[in-house]
Design a protein. Structure first.
Length: 314
């Protein structure tokens, strides 16, 4: 499908986690395929319930965010020394927002009163620790918040964007984001999971837009990137109409997760054409992270991001 060129160079956001690759392999792959198009180098670990289980078990030292951030920063430093990176290259620290985290607890874990609130407060302090302990964080780090939209939608039923559940979640996420210095970019990923039976509907776009607007209203600092996942099957341009409710700040970047390995460049270009009827410019991403993918397809999936960007620019 042929499109008018985007008004600026296409930027790529890699939503997330890479299985069975060490951090140096991840960064070399990303640099080779995406180069200057890449907004932030991804977190070098799979961000899942194990981190939360460690915290729930009381081992806060092992769960330190500074330990995780240090690995990614070291990988970025090694890549800088090996190749000439573009100015502004950053490594990502990805954080799973606190939402019903007690479900991750093992039977032997002691109960934590108000686990979500306690974990959210701990994450806020951990952000402050990262900034204090890691001297290069302000120049070399980005933070991504994985906002568990699918979990919230399933728990809240028809009232996803409003109500007690979303209020508590947004309060925690706001505190975490506002703890990040302005020198460190913040990305918010509306996590709809990948391959886990959650089907994105147009009504979910309404709720994601509303949640995003409420979050931005609460945050003192900017949100640099908002990632909205897009399903494989999009019937026509009206599917994207609810996203027109987004009230993004001028300094915030919209990122649409419409790259799917199953239908490649052709499918992505079809969804891009439909999305551009309402949004002339946006960054590109996959619907979700890489953790659910077989390791053998990771390199092909990263290359697909580059191929779609090239198709948009040609």
């Amino acid at each position: 499908m042929v499109l008018d060129r985007f008004p600026a160079s296409i930027r790529i956001h890699l939503v997330g986690d890479f299985p069975l690759h060490n951090e140096h392999e991840i960064y070399k792959l990303c640099h080779a395929e995406l180069g200057a198009r890449l907004l932030y180098y991804p977190d070098t670990r799979v961000v899942d319930g194990d981190h939360i289980r460690t915290w729930l078990a009381g081992d806060h030292e092992a769960a330190r965010l500074s330990n995780q951030a240090r690995n990614s920063l070291n990988a970025l430093k090694a890549l800088k020394e090996a190749v000439g990176l573009q100015s502004g290259a950053r490594a990502t620290l990805s954080i799973l927002a606190p939402f019903r985290i007690s479900r991750f607890a093992r039977p032997e874990h002691p109960g934590v009163p108000d686990a979500d609130g306690a974990y959210g407060a701990w994450l806020t302090k951990e952000i402050e620790r990262v900034v204090t302990e890691l001297a290069s964080s302000s120049a070399d780090l980005a933070v991504q918040i994985k906002l568990p939209f699918a979990d919230l939608a399933e728990a809240a039923g028809t009232d996803t964007a409003n109500g007690t559940l979303s209020d508590a979640l947004l309060d925690s996420v706001t505190n975490i984001i506002d703890a990040v210095p302005e020198t460190i970019p913040v990305a918010v990923h509306m996590n709809c999971r990948d391959g886990a039976g959650f089907k994105i509907q147009p009504m979910h776009f309404v709720d994601m837009a509303e949640l995003s607007n409420r979050l931005q209203e609460r945050c003192v600092r900017r949100i640099d990137l908002l990632h909205i996942p897009v399903p494989l099957v999009v019937s026509d341009e009206s599917f994207f109409a609810p996203l027109r409710r987004l009230a993004l700040r001028s300094e915030s970047r919209l990122c649409l997760g419409l790259i799917h390995l199953s239908d490649g460049v052709e499918g992505a270009m079809r969804r891009i054409a439909l999305a551009r009827t309402g949004f002339p410019e946006f960054a590109l991403a996959a619907r979700s992270g890489f953790a659910a993918r077989e390791p053998a397809v990771i390199a092909d999936f990263v290359k697909l991001h580059a191929d779609v960007a090239l198709a948009c620019e040609s």
